[in-house]
Write a protein that binds this ligand. Sequence first.
Ligand code: LLP
Length: 432
Amino acid sequence: ASTVERDAGGVVNVGGISVVDLAAEFGTPIYVVDETDFRERLAAFKSAFFDRFGQGSVYYAGKAFLCKAVARWVDESGVNLDVCTGGELAVALAVGMPGERLAFHGNNKSEVELAAALDAGVGRIVLDSFDEIGRLTVLARQHGVRPKVLIRTKVGVEAHTHEYIATAHEDQKFGLSLAEASMAADQIIAEGVLDLAGLHSHIGSQIFDTTAFEVAAKRVLGLHHRIAATNSVTLPELGLGGGFGMAYTTQDDPQSPERLADGLAKIVEHECAAYGIDVPHISVEPGRAICGPTTFTLYTAGTIKPVELDAGQLRCYVSVDGGMSDNMRTALYNASYSATLASRVSDAAPVLARIVGKHCESGDIVVRDEFLPGDVAPGDLLAVPGTGAYCRSMASNYNHVPRPAVIAVADGAARVIVRGETVDDLLRLDVG
Ligand code: LLP
């Protein structure tokens, strides 16, 4: 469980350390990771899924947030790791994660990346196109290896928060249609260079119910059955992707890993019984549900500007010392976050506030609508929770703003796990 709480004086604490002390030691903005919570979430997914689907059935999706410390936590937890670029692969290898426990995704892996995956002995390469099958086949011959591969399918299901659509065709770049995947599987089996372990599907992100997985599993298992039967082979595995939702607002109601695992087990068992096939080894790739809730961004409030809206109402624009460069999700997806005054309590009447950054555009919004105490003032610390997924990993240097440090806190100790950039770091890249 989260170790974030307010102390007797009303100051937000994490792992027993106050945000006032964190800001004094490390400055702001910073991402603050509750390491205990992160490790517990890894352990919870591991126990729920390993119990039902066997060893190795969970891959943490590194794209949500990855650095060497996180890769070590993943390694130590026994959970596997999903990487989707040579860069993410390098992080895993830098901490000595065994290649066998990695899955390599991506729709446009280069020859260099594929060769690096073969050199590392990556456990599963998830193939995304006929081009890639060709590329990997050549490389596997050259390297004298027979890598295990999955084929990423487009099952015609796209799921988002609270809703999904199932259509015959998905107009997007990932995966092969069921018809194409079927041909690809026959080709791989006939050539015998790559070891086809099974099929894969990933249907979206921030999903709260398992209905969409049910439609996806039905479609992908139909193909699984067809490939195995006509080629007289066993396909031992099925990847169901990630996308399990987390709570950004009080309306979001994520399922526990146990309920997710139970729900998926029922779906897969039911579909396999209908097709009369053995249940394959299921794996999932949660990213956001593990790292998202473990982290908050700590900012210092700067300029505060009341703006008059229609009907004389006021909106208080509270500028912080970061913005869309450390969290682009609000600008990019209209994502919902909340903010809280973290360095003190106040009984001032709440005012309608908008937390904005320091970048040169009006879409630079971190939290669109929030009520903050009316006496919020420059120098106050604001915490924005739920920023562990796709915030640091999608951070930019827009306006030459250095990317913030990531601080891990556990049991009363805080340490830097990703150093904050300096302007010198940025200038170092300029040549001439
Ligand atoms: N597996 C595959 C093949 C994926 O493409 C993804 C996410 C995941 C697993 C992990 O999904 P998660 O459990 O974290 O939802 N930048 C967007 C999210 C993009 C997700 C891309 N793929 C955001 O900030 O919401």
